[in-house]
Ligand binder design. Structure first.
Ligand code: HEC
Length: 203
């Protein structure tokens, strides 16, 4: 009797082990979604009117800008996120909130060519200056952990020009983004590089 029980126990353990291995083998590989799952919605969102640009030089520049945009993750911060990932209907319309006790609160900005709320309010040079040295049109320096401009400073002028050209041709979306709100106890324009420990001591 004891022997039978032993063999039953061994059989059950084997079944559990084989079942577990089969489970591991058969579950869908979570980390192996096809790249199209990510690239197709993005591609559909950006399939814009670039082909309608008559001037071939401008068209080529805009397409290069689109490519640079797609590999620099501008979209990750500048397209509003919904429950299912980026809200592609609002491609690059901004609004993501970035908040730190210091230096304050910023929202990613509307990069679409909307006249009242978008990048149409900035000149080409003002947009390039943001990418080159993190300086906003009013002279304020962007907090680099919010807008990672130091990662973009090594772009060539041609790349920056291509990006701006692209941004001038995407779909305009009216989306008002709240203005920057600094933390009152941290002085403006001095947070990069800024010694917060020193600041604390002075208080
Ligand atoms: C990690 C998030 C993040 C990424 C990535 C990012 N940005 Fe930004 N961007 C921001 C935030 C936040 C602001 C506003 C900062 C502030 O007000 O202090 C901003 C502001 C800007 C502005 C100023 C717009 C205006 O109203 O004058 C431009 C232009 C811009 N970003 C372009 C880009 C481009 C082009 C890329 C990709 C090459 C990019 N950003 C990548 C977060 C990001």
């Amino acid at each position: 009797m004891k022997k039978i029980l032993k063999w039953i126990a061994i059989g059950v353990v084997c079944l559990i082990v084989v079942g577990f291995i089969a489970f591991l083998y058969l579950i869908p590989p979570f980390d192996m979604l096809p790249r199209e799952a990510f690239s197709q919605p993005h591609a559909a969102a950006v399939a814009s009117s670039l082909d309608k640009i008559n001037d071939p030089v401008e068209r080529a520049l805009a397409k290069r800008g689109q490519y640079i945009m797609s590999i620099s993750d501008c979209n990750g911060c500048h397209t509003p996120q919904g429950d299912q990932g980026p809200n592609w209907d609002e491609y690059l319309a901004g609004g993501a909130k970035f908040e730190m006790i210091k230096p304050g609160t910023a929202h990613s900005r509307n990069l679409t060519p909307d006249k009242q709320t978008g990048l149409t309010r900035r000149t080409d040079e003002e947009v390039k200056r943001v990418l080159r040295s993190g300086v906003f049109h009013d002279g304020r320096i962007f907090e680099p952990t919010f807008m990672p401009w130091p990662a973009f400073t090594n772009m060539t002028e041609e790349d920056r020009h291509a990006l701006v050209t692209y941004l001038r041709h995407i779909k305009p979306i009216k989306h008002d983004v709240p203005e920057w709100s600094p933390n009152s106890s941290a002085p403006l324009n001095s947070f990069y590089p800024y010694d917060y420990a020193e600041h604390e001591k002075k208080k």
